[in-house]
Design a protein around this ligand. Structure first.
Ligand SMILES: C[S@@+](CC[C@H](N)C(=O)[O-])C[C@H]1O[C@@H](n2cnc3c(N)ncnc32)[C@H](O)[C@@H]1O
Length: 289
């Protein structure tokens, strides 16, 4: 049967406003990205993913998600730009200082009972969180016997993390965070002004291994006493959150510590009974079974 002309005469880019078509285009783009580059964003939370794809699309002066897919497939540099858009790297030193205070008060005494501690900082971004942790452990006399594995999906942020140079302009804010987080010394003793920034003491990285690791695809690499994964799973959908929580459960020793971000929790996950809450507000859990 012939389709009436007026039904086929859609305005250009009408798909952009058709939620079903948009969803199809996004699914196809994510599948294409996965198969071409191996980056799996298929289970990221839709709303923020959509926003970021449209932002990239406009920045590339394109009109449809399908055009963005074509560019991504043929232009690896465009993929790099999208990767930066999708992996939201906002972070800071001693972010949410009350977390560090709770860590000092509730986790450190447990770590003192171990001869050696292995910590995984997953989704470490540009490293501010790992340096904060190293400083805290140094002040508690535990850094010497700690190994921190700091991982992220994004190689660019890991390069910044390895360099350990952060904007000087942030140091005032970081000093306040450090003190609120229970810092014991003069914060400025940990860095010197260099390369237009604050170069953090190289000794802080002595026991840190930075490595690329994709929580959506890769396996865990060993048994940990502590896993920090803060402000990462908020970007994942429920299925991916469950995958990552399984990964963490399998990677933690019994009585190991799991620390999540302020907006994340184990409530409504299959693991709620496997952990006890060490600090409810700070989302610090201890694996008990
Ligand atoms: C908002 S930052 C959080 C940084 C730090 N944990 C904090 O709380 O300040 C989120 C980080 O998660 C990383 N990320 C996103 N998806 C990831 C994945 N599938 N595997 C590993 N890291 C991922 C991003 O690259 C980004 O650096």
């Amino acid at each position: 049967m012939a389709v009436p002309l007026e039904e086929t005469a859609l305005p250009p880019h009408a798909g952009a406003h058709d939620p079903e078509l948009e969803r199809l285009e996004i699914d196809l783009l994510l599948e294409a990205v996965y198969r071409r580059y191996g980056f799996d964003f298929r289970q990221y939370a839709q709303a923020s993913l959509k926003r970021r794809l449209w932002r990239r699309l406009h920045a590339e002066h394109l009109d449809t998600i399908t055009e963005l897919q074509a560019r991504l497939l043929h232009d690896p540099a465009c993929m790099e730009r999208l990767l930066l858009d999708l992996s939201i790297n906002v972070t800071s030193m001693f972010r949410d200082p009350s977390f560090y205070l709770a860590f000092r008060e509730k986790v450190v005494p447990l770590l003192r009972t171990y001869p050696f501690t292995r910590i995984w900082c997953a989704g470490c971004s540009t490293g501010e969180e790992v340096y904060s942790l190293a400083i805290l452990l140094e002040e508690e006399g535990l850094y010497e016997r700690t190994r921190i594995y700091a991982t992220d999906i994004n190689e660019n942020v890991l390069a910044t993390a390895r360099a350990g140079v952060f904007p000087l302009a942030q140091m005032q804010q970081y000093t306040q965070n450090y003190l609120k987080g229970g810092g014991k010394h003069d914060f400025s003793q940990y860095y010197v002004a260099a390369y237009d920034g604050a170069q953090f003491s190289r000794s802080l990285t002595d026991n840190i291994v930075f490595a690329q690791h994709n929580l959506a695809m890769d396996r865990a690499f060993n048994d940990f006493n502590v896993i920090l994964c803060r402000n990462v799973m908020i970007y994942f959908d429920k299925a991916l959150q469950d995958r990552v929580n399984t990964l963490f459960y399998e990677s933690l020793e019994t009585f190991g510590i799991l620390a999540l971000g302020h907006k994340e929790s184990l409530n409504f996950t299959p693991f709620v009974d496997a952990y006890e809450e060490l600090d409810v507000a700070e989302r610090i859990y201890r694996k008990v079974r």
